[in-house]
Design a protein around this ligand. Structure first.
Ligand code: FAD
Length: 218
């Protein structure tokens, strides 16, 4: 898994001003489980990204936040098709474990990436809370509205465009405290470390008997 693999950029697709998808050539010996990630090795730089494609698809797809002054996301945002990258992987243990408890997936920003791979691989019947600052960042809402119970949580700005009828105005933590019935769940948390910490504390306090799995991006 730590052997360097070679790949090339196939194409890039901007989802919003702050996020884009990239598609990479999938090496013939590269297998993974939905929820796992790869680590790019680029000179001295090493960065991890969760895979959004399913193991049945021919390429590897990623969803990347364009962070202002970010070093490596700028490389990914500028590279031309055919550009060669190296990576290791698959890495990580943030994979779906079936149980009798209902799964609640909770993502902030591009933390939705592993859940895209899980849903594209056929996992259904989950509740997904996606916490973003503005409606423009609900990149996968039409996909998730078809496959699951999708709850967009907007903390700052709601645009009048698109489907805003079911938007929850507040953070994912506000939804959990105010709206989520008090039973046992399997919580899957991905994205900002602060969210992962806050939801883990809430799970302990308000949902005893629940399990919590997490992946911290930053
Ligand atoms: C296991 C794992 C999986 C990850 N998967 C993804 C993924 O699927 N998509 C993705 O966009 N990122 C992902 N990340 C974060 C990614 O590895 C990089 O940290 C990120 O792209 C910034 O790298 P950079 O070199 O561009 O910026 P840097 O110069 O390293 O950092 C710039 C700033 O960006 C902040 N930052 C880092 N990631 C984010 C983010 N996602 N949103 C907002 N601010 C951020 C950092 O706190 C830092 O202050 C993952 C991280 C880990 C550990």
């Amino acid at each position: 898994m730590n052997t360097l693999k070679h790949t090339k950029l196939v194409k890039r697709n901007w989802l919003s001003k702050k996020a884009f998808e990239i598609e990479l050539v999938r090496p013939s010996d590269f297998e993974f489980i939905p929820g796992q990630n790869i680590r790019f090795v680029y000179g001295d730089i090493e960065r991890y990204y969760s895979i959004i494609s399913s193991p049945d698809e021919p390429t590897i797809e990623l969803c990347i936040r364009f962070v202002q002054e970010g070093v490596f996301c700028a490389v990914l945002a500028d590279a031309d098709p055919g550009f060669e990258f190296q990576f290791t992987g698959p890495h990580g243990y943030f994979t779906y474990k079936s149980s009798k408890r209902p799964p609640v997936f909770i993502a902030t920003g591009t933390g939705i990436a592993p859940f895209v791979s899980m849903a594209r691989s056929g996992i259904t019947h989950f509740t997904l809370l996606h916490g973003v600052s503005c409606t423009e960042d609900l990149y996968y809402q039409s996909f998730f509205r078809k496959t699951s119970r999708f709850i967009p949580c907007i903390s700052e700005f709601i645009s009048k465009d698109g489907d805003i009828s079911d938007i929850y105005y507040g953070r994912v933590t506000d939804f959990i405290v105010n709206e989520l019935p008090r039973i046992e769940y399997d919580f899957y948390l991905c994205g900002r470390g602060e969210m992962v910490r806050d939801v883990t504390l809430l799970a302990d306090e308000l949902f005893p008997g629940s399990f919590v799995y997490n992946e911290v991006f930053f």
